[in-house]
Design a protein around this ligand. Structure first.
Ligand SMILES: [Zn+2]
Length: 269
C-alpha cells in the first residue's frame, strides 16, 4: 500500500473516500468476521450528520483519506463499531493502523487547539501547511508531537529490561522517557537510564524511530552500552529491572512496537 500524506483536500469532495473516524479515542471500523476494515463513504451514508471536523490526510493507493470526529448517539450497527486502536493490532492491516494513528493525533490536536492558547480567540486552519492560526494575535500551532527516547542497554551478552508501573500486562521492556526542553537525545538517554535504574551508559547509537500515537509520541530508539553502576529502580515508574540473556527473556511487548524491534534485534545478535 502506498500512502501519500497531504493536508489540502481535493477541490471537489470525492464520491468515495476512506474515513478514519474517532469517538473518545476509539476508531470506527467495519467488522468482517475476524478482521476489520476502514469504512468508506458509502458505509457511512446514514451517519453523515454525525461526522464533524474532517481533516484531509492524503491518499492511500489513490483513495482519498479523511480523519473526523463522531458526535451524537452511540452507533448501533451490525457492521460498524468503535474499537480501541491498540486492540486492532493484528485485526486491521498494519498500514491502516499507522494511518489511523496519524488520524488519531490530528483529531486530538484539533480538539485541543480550537482556541488560541495566548488570547482565547477561535483559531482557523492555515491553508498552506498543517497548522492552526489565530486571526487576532497571529499565534501558529502545529500538530503536537512529544519526542521520547527508548533504549536497549547492553552489558556483555545481556539486555536491560524493566517493568513499568503503567504496563497493563506484566511484561518487561527496554526503558523509555520523554525528552525535556533544551535536552539533546543523547543527554536524554543518559538521564532517563540514570533516573530510572541508576545505570550509566556510553556508546549511544541510533537504531530507528516510530510514531506512537497514544496520544502523540514519537519514539526515537537507541542502543547503548553499560558504563557503570548497580541496578536500583526508582520505585515510582520502574518497579523492577534486571539484565536478561537472550535464552532467558521474560514476557516482552507485542510485535508491532519499536521496543519489541529492539529486543528482537538483540536476540538475533
Ligand atoms: Zn490569539
Amino acid at each position: 500500500m502506498l500512502f501519500k500524506p497531504d493536508f489540502n483536500p481535493p477541490a471537489v469532495e470525492p464520491e468515495s473516500a476512506l474515513w478514519f473516524i474517532f469517538d473518545k479515542g476509539r476508531l470506527l471500523v467495519k467488522i468482517k468476521n475476524d478482521s476489520c476494515a476502514i469504512p468508506d463513504t458509502s458505509d457511512l451514508a446514514k451517519y453523515k450528520s454525525n461526522i464533524n471536523h474532517e481533516q484531509y490526510l492524503g491518499t492511500l493507493d489513490e483513495h482519498p483519506c479523511y480523519a473526523a470526529e463522531f458526535a451524537g448517539d452511540p452507533i448501533r450497527d451490525t457492521e460498524l463499531a468503535f474499537k480501541d486502536l491498540r486492540g486492532l493490532f493484528g485485526k486491521l492491516e498494519e498500514d491502516l493502523i499507522w494511518i489511523a494513528g496519524r488520524a488519531n493525533q490530528l483529531v486530538n490536536w484539533n480538539q485541543t487547539h480550537r482556541y488560541c492558547g495566548r488570547c482565547g480567540k477561535l483559531t482557523e486552519d492555515k491553508t498552506d501547511e498543517r497548522a492552526k492560526t489565530c486571526p487576532d494575535c497571529g499565534l501558529i500551532n502545529y500538530p503536537r508531537l512529544s519526542p521520547a527516547v527508548i533504549v536497549a542497554v547492553l552489558k556483555n551478552d545481556r539486555i536491560l529490561l524493566g517493568r513499568n508501573k503503567r504496563f497493563k500486562l506484566p511484561f518487561y521492556s527496554v526503558l523509555a522517557g520523554f525528552v525535556e526542553p533544551g535536552e539533546t537525545l543523547e543527554a536524554c538517554v543518559k538521564r532517563e537510564i540514570r533516573e530510572e535504574v541508576a545505570i550509566k551508559v556510553k556508546n549511544i547509537r541510533y537504531f530507528g524511530s516510530q510514531p506512537w500515537p497514544f496520544p502523540d509520541s514519537l519514539m526515537i530508539a537507541f542502543v547503548a552500552d553499560y558504563a557503570g553502576g548497580e541496578i536500583s529502580t526508582d520505585g515510582s515508574e520502574i518497579i523492577d529491572a534486571a539484565w536478561f540473556a537472550k535464552d532467558n527473556l521474560p514476557k516482552i511487548p507485542p510485535k508491532i512496537s519499536i521496543a519489541r524491534q529492539l529486543i528482537d534485534w538483540f536476540v538475533r545478535g
